[in-house]
Design a protein around this ligand. Structure first.
Ligand code: C2E
Ligand code: MG
Ligand code: MG
Ligand code: MG
Length: 288
């Protein structure tokens, strides 16, 4: 009996594993086509100063519009693309798209604000990547100060010497650096002494329901104190309510992103909503 049950269990897992393997294969194949056919689009989520709700920049987030399946979340395809190595092609596309977009906005006369983008481990580890970025910025005449790179602790902790030298090169270029999903990755914090970073982004896990969760209040308060001590700016991710926002404000957080202010939006909408105003002001001043 036990033997039969064992065999049945084995058969069950093997069928499941086969389905998973096929789904993976399918996704990899679809991703290859998506890269080829340029099925990606960037959306921009405003980054907002917490005490007066002024939009100071945005984070670029990739979206994949699959011809049959419709929009597929990066949470679904980024991990798979990291595993297959296809993430490098996606992230290179994203980098190029962001710099191109920044150049366009600059030439259109918008009062452009910095855009952050997410770096995967294989992208960050490309030895040519800083030079590629520099070349792109030069080609599109985009000031490096308009670009911010987000790396997770996992990405940063790959090869410490390489990370320090790469971050220094990026800083020398004028690009700023944020640690994304802070608090969910590596447990050592000594890297905060060694890495030339500018910003900590507090992961949404700590922010969600902070208004009703005393433990989260403690953790977030501690993270913000730490961030202030290290003279970093702090961004809270995933604020969905006024009540959550009030706690972050009270603890001294500088900026936030979240559905409470805005979901990520297409480029044209972002520029129209958040750049136009300063442009109009400029034109009005010019008239005087
Ligand atoms: P992330 O970099 O931590 O980005 C924040 C994620 O939280 C985004 O999800 C954003 O839409 C979502 N978010 C923002 N505010 C709220 C909120 O108030 N409530 C909730 N529930 N969610 C909120 P998204 O766009 O699905 O991206 C998920 C992750 O995929 C990103 O996490 C990032 O790790 C990765 N990703 C996105 N775009 C890229 C990219 O171009 N390259 C790479 N390598 N990874 C990317
Ligand atoms: Mg991010
Ligand atoms: Mg994050
Ligand atoms: Mg996250």
């Amino acid at each position: 009996r036990a033997k039969a049950a064992g065999r049945a269990t084995y058969a069950f897992f093997s069928a499941e594993m086969q389905t998973q393997a096929m789904a993976k294969f399918r996704l990899k194949y679809d991703l290859a086509r998506a890269i080829e056919n340029n099925e990606f689009v960037l959306h921009y989520q405003p980054k907002v100063r917490i005490f007066d709700n002024v939009v100071v920049g945005a984070e670029a987030l990739v979206r994949w519009y699959h011809p049959e399946r419709g929009a597929i979340s990066p949470a679904e395809f980024i991990p798979q693309a990291e595993e297959s190595g296809q993430i490098v092609q996606i992230d290179r596309w994203v980098l190029c798209a962001v710099v191109t977009q920044l150049g366009e906005w600059c030439r259109q006369g918008f009062d452009v604000k910095p855009i952050a983008l997410n770096m995967s481990l294989p992208m960050f580890q490309r030895p040519q990547f800083v030079e590629e970025l520099q070349y792109l910025l030069q080609s599109y005449q985009v000031p490096a100060a308009l670009v911010e790179l987000e790396i997770t602790e996992r990405v940063a902790m790959g090869d410490l010497e390489y990370t320090v030298s790469t971050l220094r090169a990026l800083k020398a270029l004028g690009v700023s650096i944020a640690i994304d999903d802070f608090g969910t990755g590596y447990s050592s914090m000594s890297y905060l002494f060694d890495f030339p970073i500018d910003t900590l982004k507090i992961d949404r896990a700590f922010v969600t329901d902070i208004d009703t969760d005393a433990k989260k209040q403690g953790i977030v308060n501690a993270i913000i104190s730490l961030s202030n001590t290290m003279e970093l700016t702090t961004v809270a991710e995933g604020i969905e309510s006024e009540a959550e926002k009030q706690y972050l404000l009270m603890f001294g957080c500088d900026f936030y992103q979240g559905f409470h202010f805005s979901k990520p939006v297409p480029a044209a909408l972002f520029a129209e909503r958040y750049f136009r105003a300063s442009n109009v002001v400029k034109l009005a001043n010019g008239d005087n």
